[in-house]
Ligand binder design. Structure first.
Ligand SMILES: *[C@@H]1O[C@H](CO)[C@@H](O)[C@H](O)[C@H]1NC(C)=O
Ligand SMILES: *[C@@H]1O[C@H](CO)[C@@H](O)[C@H](O)[C@H]1NC(C)=O
Length: 272
């Protein structure tokens, strides 16, 4: 065992032995102020950086070794010798800073994982602290798209809204006239909230509907979808297309006549 205590042993070998001798691994939960890893920012964003910082560690670590998922050697990201200030491997995407923090640049969704840090201290023998954290990574969201099986209220029939989003893991919430849609016995949502069913539509359901996709780092609301009131409840709604065109033409003729009147009464007068 005395050989083990020599800091000159190759790090990997030492690390493996230290891991095997679990009695040497000090559980952080036994401490008053536990050593912990805090990601900054708290949630990773695809394409951005995250820094896994170490809090509550007051001693001087000799070697910092970071792992992803499990602390098997094959999952080692990199290790850093405090004395020599050398990171192994030197060219890894992730960088270990002199205080042991791990910088992960240009995050992708696959970086979301458990991260494990082993801090080795040579003092009276070798002590290895193990600290674990979970990193969550989210993507910026695209605007969701809202569609429905009808654009107007059809009383007593059921209405189905669909919210489509390209972001698989996004949560979805519904809005009615800019307020969170109250769920009643007439409304039903699918498991992932992507469809909203109004089972028996009433006149008062007419209004503006929107869906919103959100995750802890972003939120995007769809364009407004306008559910029109039922035609039969409005006066004048039974006008045929021909009648509407007639009215429009009539109005245009009226405007032209008024224009001509103004011309004759005013402009010609002043021109004289
Ligand atoms: C960031 O990562 C993506 C793949 O996840 C890659 O396509 C892109 O080139 C990287 N950007 C930089 C600046 O390294
Ligand atoms: C809808 O149902 C209510 C109550 O059952 C009824 O009074 C009303 O006439 C129905 N409306 C239509 C358009 O069918």
């Amino acid at each position: 065992l005395s050989g083990l205590r020599s800091p000159s042993l190759p790090w990997k070998q030492l690390s493996d032995l230290a891991s095997i001798l679990s009695c040497w691994i000090q559980s952080t939960s036994a401490q008053d102020d536990p050593v912990r890893i805090v990601p900054i920012p708290p949630y990773g964003t695809v394409g951005s950086n995250v820094l896994l910082t170490i809090l509550g560690f007051t001693e001087k670590g000799s070697t910092y070794t970071w792992y992803r998922k499990t602390s098997e050697v094959s999952n080692e990201i990199a290790s850093y010798e405090f004395d020599t200030r050398v990171q192994t491997p030197e060219d890894s995407r992730e960088k270990i800073l002199p205080d042991g923090a791990l910088l992960i640049p240009n995050l992708s969704l696959s970086d979301a994982s458990i991260y494990i840090l082993h801090i080795t201290i040579y003092k009276v023998g070798v002590a290895v602290y193990e600290v674990i954290t979970q990193l969550r990574v989210y993507e910026k969201l695209a605007r969701p798209n809202i569609t429905a099986n009808s654009i107007k209220v059809r009383e007593n029939e059921s209405l189905v809204f669909t919210c489509s989003t390209e972001n698989e893991r996004a949560n979805i919430v519904w809005f009615f006239n800019n307020q969170p849609l109250p769920l009643t016995e007439r409304t039903d949502t699918s498991e992932n909230n992507q469809t909203l069913t109004i089972k028996s539509v009433r006149r008062e359901d007419a209004g503006i509907y929107q869906c919103e996709a959100w995750n802890p780092i972003d939120a995007k609301r769809s364009n407004p979808f306008s559910l029109m009131p039922d035609d039969n409840t409005k006066k004048g709604s039974s006008l045929s297309t021909g009648a509407i065109i007639g009215i429009v033409i009539g109005e245009l003729v009226g405007i032209v006549l008024i224009g001509a009147l103004i011309y004759f009464l005013f402009i010609r007068k002043t021109g004289r």
